[in-house]
Design a protein around this ligand. Sequence first.
Ligand SMILES: [Zn+2]
Length: 510
Amino acid sequence: MSDDFENSVINLKLLIDEEKNKVVFAEAGTDFVDILFSFSTLPMGTIVRLLEMHHKSRSIAIGCFNNIYASVVSMGMKHFSTQACKQMLLFPGSLNQDKCQNMKLKIDDSEATKCFMCPMFVRSGQCSKGYSNFKTSRCSCGNFMDEVIQFQGEGGRGNGSQAEVFVRGAHTSFIITDDLKVQVNSVGSTLNVLKDLAYADCDKLVEMILEVNLQEVATLLVCLFTSDTPLTDTFLKKKSSHGMNRIHKRPSPSLSEDREETKADQTIMLNAYVRKEEGNILYVECGDDFVDLLFSFLAMPLESVWDISGRGIILGCIGNLCKSFKDLSSASATEASAFKCVLPHYYKCQKQLLNDVVTTHQPPTYYRFVSFSADHFREYRLSENSGKRLVYDWDKLVPVTSIDPKTEGNNTAETSGFVKRGTKFMVTDDLIINPSNSTSTIGFLKEKQTRLDEVEIRVINMTKEEAIRLLGASMVTSSALSTGLLAMESASTSDPKCRFFKKPKIETET
Ligand SMILES: [Zn+2]
């Protein structure tokens, strides 16, 4: 991280109730609101990683997401389709990453997405005529595709602060309540907020001007997942007194309507080991497609998870923040897409139960201009149409298309997923995922002190409905399978316990 970011600050004005030691609301410019909105665009895997990084003393569990993430961390490279698969799950890419580069304080330290090609591309006829977003991808000639593509006109990413990030329109001042409702600042909105909070006069209220630094932004992200009053807890250094609301509502009836049309390729079959007496799932045995689904949750932005779950989850102020983001950001206005979630192209998996709510972005084709008069080559970042309008000869422009880093072009079949095809897995109720073998099953039953005759096997044919419910349950409970697949009432909405967590470490292929 550059010193620029370390030393940057953003001005914030707080209106404080001194008697209650509580923030009534904050008054801020677009720079601060952009930071709040950027939280809602962060992929879930990034949030898990950032919370762990900034809050070392105690791990903060977001439902079962920490367990999904930790499962990726601990799973051996041999179980992933390619090295890139583990990388894209530990450090998820996002279509909003470029926008976030323009923020004054940037909490996400993920590297911007780059494009790589084989260094032999020009000289060798055996090379795949493509690029990968991961330098660990192998070209068909056997080399790593590790030469970064420099785009023409790149280098000056603009001088940051002026560029529009998320906030739409010409508004420059906003008020933000302690539970993160963001509104355009006006006399009317200010009075309404005060009236809603039952302040008849302002005698007890004082103003405080703050300079917010990166450390406080990190604290604010932590408070988003631990507190119902994140501004108070962040800026008045209060220890969260009442914790946070976690509610998983019963699924809305509209979800079950289109059930009959489900085709075989839109279902995933699982063997669930259910405790007969309690009726909860101990674990499921499953194939690669279910694990791909769970792993894809890590790439989904927070606001998409909230949106897809039918807003049926209540997790602190996250609903307020996501709703404000929808109302005020340009992201939601311009991408009038039928999909609730658009992911980078390399997250496209073979079987997508959520394929009418989650889609992947079409990867761009780049053009390489081959000049025979000089010994160097330049790349043009062009769409096919604008390329044809160039003054250069069209046949000197060589298209370079994206390869799927999950198959590296070697696989002719349409098989594509994060984990190796044909692998069997065992997934616990709280979404710890392990490649299965008989010893892991027996060990697990022993650990749970469960006798074989207390357990029955149920076959579950999972459809989109269960996948959506599972996603919502993963956010708020530690019994995601029982809640999501058997529609059990959440066994627990208290603080889920994180079973284990390890720092991401990329293994190198040998
Ligand atoms: Zn090559």
